[in-house]
Design a protein. Structure first.
Length: 649
């Protein structure tokens, strides 16, 4: 039994998986610094919880905010996203995201801290003691939210377990996803009760408002998932739901519509609390030349100190001497990413009309300058065009799109990110790490969460939703009234995955709510989660990602000093761009055909809405070591065999 438990710890499968391959499940995390007397002071609680901060924005350029939308219809990386290759994503033999080490670490904190707190044995300021306990509830909730998005149904574990096989197997039983979501909200309610209001530690630590925002996000995610996947195996109790085959869920029942209303109501309530507490940052509409660096809305994403922005709820501070990054250097070069043609075309004109509407005033896409002209100010601020000032030194300007560079630096679509650039050129020095901050949570999301939850729940726009939507639109330089856009929308002319749910077109109001979210979260890593909960992917059939209009006047940008084009397309040797015969627009995944699984476009299979559980987890949670007798069940359409692709749906 000890060998089984040790294997579980190593692979991260079991409930108490720890940090190192030599640790057993019943040992305390950080055992070299965590004796029994630990968790006895305010400072010790503070140190433990801050060490568990693991926000995606903390990962530098490659794993941070600005690349998170690669692999969607918003942004394209150098390499395609394998999730769009049915048959290529297969069940693994071991490891994967089905792990519990982080959850175990937070449960260990509660097991050691709560008895001492209730007995009055933790020294320090009680307000701060409560705050750090609140942080732990938030962090466990956030971790569970990640599991909910990845797997759906998941075990709910609230204590440190013994190293006994039977207890571990029992605790591995999956609970229906709506119960998991309710558990997350319960943890967040505890966090909200205990946490202090913003600002906390210069907004570098979690606050009450951060927990309220996450609560609105979780509730909106689950409410819309249950609504959009109703009648499928992806919701508890639906036809083909794999949990129905387990005896321990035999008595489970659910009223989907009631659950949808519950979660959407929770999303609205929590979002409204954030909106009340943290106003939007002003856009002073300085968007040209270097004036953008005087615009608070722009600088909120680019400053070295983000604490002074009313909208910012949580950000990470960097220090160029100790922990910095080179994000600005990558953005300057192109950054191995780029906005897609679909994304750029979805932004409205400043008059509120889609670009295709009669008399919209659209200037065409022969040049990036004309693409941006008179458009939604978010596009004008956060997408580069040649000649843009990149620092207050007016000599440092954006060059032509960097589509021919090496993969680490190139612009994949020709439409380059400008978000995150700081006006001080010191951040461009390759020998010095930058201390530009990293924004984690902002209250602008709460406005969009409220609008979507309210419309989804009531099938109409309330006066409050119109007020909130008007505030977002006005800040973007658009008319406040969304019906100017809604009435001019022609879904047949929108190249946007989110106009679909379950393969069918949504109504124009819902589509424009989704459009607003898409436009507001430019390069903020929100898109894939939204596309999944909206069920907006299954219509994909050989979809081609495109970028800027390369084979127009802009092709002249890439002529050498002798007047010869540097653009090479198939069937020529060593092509560096897609051929004109395929499209006038750059297609980053049709540059080469040989060995290119994405050459014919992107496709989808239903199984990919959730991740598979790898084989080893079934073996280790089975009383007899046989996968078919495991207490856990596989996600819809995924087999339990290693190296096997999903079955047809």
């Amino acid at each position: 039994m000890k060998q089984i438990i040790k294997n579980i710890a190593i692979t991260g499968i079991a409930i108490l998986g720890l940090t190192g391959c030599n640790d057993y499940l019943d040992r305390a995390p950080l055992s070299n610094v965590t004796p029994e007397v630990y968790f006895s002071t305010e400072d010790q609680l503070a140190t433990y919880t801050i060490s568990k901060y693991n926000f995606y924005t903390h990962g530098g350029w490659g794993a941070g905010t600005f690349l998170g939308d690669n692999g969607t219809d918003n942004q394209a990386g150098v390499n395609g996203n394998g999730i769009f290759l049915p048959g290529e994503w297969k069940v693994g033999a071991n490891g994967g995201a089905w792990s519990f080490g982080y959850i175990r670490d937070m449960n260990y904190f509660f097991d050691k801290t709560l008895p001492k707190y209730e007995a009055g044995k933790i020294t320090g300021n009680e307000t701060w003691i409560k705050h750090y306990i609140g942080e732990a509830y938030f962090l466990r909730a956030k971790e569970y939210f990640g599991k909910l998005k990845t797997f759906g149904d998941f075990p709910i574990i609230t204590k440190v377990l013994k190293d006994e096989k039977e207890e571990l197997i029992e605790a591995s039983k999956r609970r229906p996803r709506n119960e998991v979501a309710r558990f997350i909200l319960q943890d967040l309610d505890k966090a909200i009760e205990l946490l202090q209001s913003s600002p906390v530690s210069n907004k570098n630590r979690i606050s009450k408002e951060v927990a309220q925002l996450l609560k609105s996000e979780v509730a909106l995610y689950e409410g819309t998932w249950l609504k959009n996947f109703k009648g499928t195996a992806f919701v508890p109790g639906g036809p083909g739901w794999p949990g129905a085959n387990k005896d321990y869920l035999a008595s489970f029942s659910i009223d989907i519509d009631s659950e949808v209303n519950f979660f959407l109501s929770e999303a609205m309530e929590s979002a409204e609390a954030v909106i009340t507490a943290a106003p939007l940052v002003e856009n002073n509409h300085k968007i040209g030349a270097s004036g953008v660096f005087e615009n608070p809305y722009y600088m909120m994403f680019s400053d070295t100190n983000m604490a002074g922005y009313s909208e910012v709820l949580l950000w990470r501070r960097y220090d160029e001497k100790y922990v910095g990054h080179k994000t600005m250097t990558y953005i300057m070069e192109g950054g191995a990413t780029g906005y897609t043609k679909s994304y750029v075309e979805s932004f409205l004109m400043k008059n509120g009309l889609p670009i295709y509407a009669p008399n919209s005033g659209y200037h065409g896409d022969d040049y990036i300058e004309t693409v941006r002209k008179d458009r939604d100010e978010r596009l004008q601020m956060f997408m580069k065009q040649p000649g843009d000032y990149l620092t207050t030194n007016t000599v440092v300007k954006a060059r032509i799109s960097n589509i021919l560079d090496i993969n680490q630096r190139k612009s994949t679509t020709g439409y380059e990110i400008r978000k995150g650039l700081n006006p001080d050129e010191k951040h461009l020095k390759s020998t010095v790490d930058s201390d530009i901050g990293s924004l984690v949570y902002r209250s602008g999301e709460a406005y969009l969460n409220y609008i979507e939850a309210q419309y989804t729940k009531d099938n109409n726009l309330s006066s409050k939703s119109l007020q909130y939507w008007g505030a977002i639109r006005t800040r973007a330089g658009l008319p406040a009234d969304p019906y100017i856009t809604i009435n001019a929308t022609d879904l047949s002319k929108e190249n946007d995955w989110a106009k679909y749910t379950a393969g069918s077109l949504v109504d124009k109001v819902m589509y424009n709510i989704r459009r607003e979210r898409r436009s507001e979260f430019i390069a903020e890593s929100k898109r894939m989660n939204d596309l999944k909960r909206w069920r907006s992917l299954e219509q994909l059939n050989n979809y081609q990602i495109e970028g800027f209009k390369l084979w127009g006047p802009m092709q002249e940008w890439y002529v050498d000093e002798e007047g010869k084009s540097r653009l090479v397309a198939m069937p020529e040797k060593d092509p560096n761009v897609s051929p004109k015969s395929a499209s006038l627009y750059l297609r980053p995944y049709q540059i080469r055909e040989s060995g290119n699984l994405f050459y014919n476009g992107l496709n989808w299979t239903m199984a990919h809405y959730l991740s598979p559980i790898n084989l080893e987890h079934f073996l280790l949670t089975s009383p007899d070591g046989k996968a078919e007798n495991s207490v856990i069940y596989q996600n819809p359409y995924w087999p339990t065999e290693a190296n096997a692709a999903p079955t047809s749906n």
